[in-house]
Design a protein around this ligand. Structure first.
Ligand SMILES: CC(C)(COP(=O)(O)OP(=O)(O)OC[C@H]1O[C@@H](n2cnc3c(N)ncnc32)[C@H](O)[C@@H]1O)[C@@H](O)C(=O)NCCC(=O)NCCS
Ligand SMILES: Nc1ncnc2c1ncn2[C@@H]1O[C@H](COP(=O)(O)OP(=O)(O)OP(=O)(O)O)[C@@H](O)[C@H]1O
Length: 217
């Protein structure tokens, strides 16, 4: 895999379920950063990449897909979630199928960002340290919040029952471990306005780091 170009400052944003990472990334995009949403790309690939589709059929059964309006392939995500978040081997197999292709897509996005003259590309990923691909990132940001608050946000977002959400949390690195490995941490336990202000501080930090990196090239 080609290294990502020096002129582009790469920021990973991760955090446990319901931490607020998508919201931080949305704010960063509004502030001018290019955005690569690994979770969204993973979803798209699961319904478009022939190898991934075949692999998912083998792992979960052919009837896990159905055909929607206009012939679009639909994946029963709820059924997959029930299976993988109570069976770590199955989650590992799904991750092995999906993550390498998401990683390839990230490099395509990075090339595009360079061509378009972007200075900063933000990679939002629910699973980032776990994939072992953080060395190429210039900064890894962890968005954190108390476990109960995160569970409640995820329930309110319609992500399933408390038990299902706790199953997902059990499949992720503990928040303390994410924080230990982070280059920058945002604690998101206040209002959305406060989160926006924290994201502005993060953006200023990113611009300053990006400019000192460019000056050192
Ligand atoms: C299991 C699936 C089908 C559930 O789909 P669903 O639409 O319910 O959830 P979604 O993808 O929006 O993820 C929501 C949250 O679940 C948690 N989660 C998702 N994938 C994982 C994973 N591989 N390991 C641990 N937690 C995960 C994260 O907190 C994430 O923010 C889906 O998450 C999936 O295919 N995951 C494997 C691919 C993956 O790792 N995607 C994320 C990073 S590329
Ligand atoms: N500070 C906050 N105040 C109020 N609501 C918030 C705050 N931060 C996030 N939320 C809400 O909590 C929910 C989860 O936030 P978000 O989707 O950004 O988190 P996430 O880490 O990407 O979640 P997931 O892991 O579920 O994808 C969203 O509905 C969001 O609007």
């Amino acid at each position: 895999m080609m290294p990502v170009r020096n002129s582009l400052f790469l920021v990973g944003v991760t955090g446990g379920i319901g931490s607020g990472k998508s919201t931080v990334c949305r704010f960063l995009a509004e502030m001018g950063c290019a955005l690569f949403e690994a979770d969204r790309v993973a979803k798209e690939l699961q319904c478009s990449d022939p190898e991934i589709i075949a692999g998912i059929r083998t792992l979960f059964g052919g009837d896990v897909y159905s055909v929607g309006a206009g012939g679009v392939l639909l994946l029963d995500r709820r059924r997959i979630a029930c299976e993988v978040f109570s069976d770590s081997e199955k989650l590992l197999a799904l991750n092995r199928l999906v993550h390498p292709k998401v990683y390839e897509a990230f490099h395509v996005a990075a090339d595009r960002a360079v061509r378009q003259g972007n200075a900063v590309l933000v990679k939002e990923a629910a699973i980032l340290f776990e994939t072992g691909k953080t060395a190429e990132l210039d900064l890894v940001v962890v968005v954190a919040a108390g476990r109960e608050l995160r569970v409640q946000r995820a329930i309110d977002k319609g992500m399933g029952s408390r038990e299902e959400i706790l199953g997902r949390i059990a499949a992720q690195w503990p928040q303390e471990k994410l924080i230990e490995n982070a280059g920058y941490v945002i604690y998101n336990e206040g209002t959305l306005d406060e989160l926006h202000k924290e994201t502005e501080k993060l953006y200023a930090f990113i611009l300053q780091r990006a400019s000192s990196c460019r000056n050192n090239v």
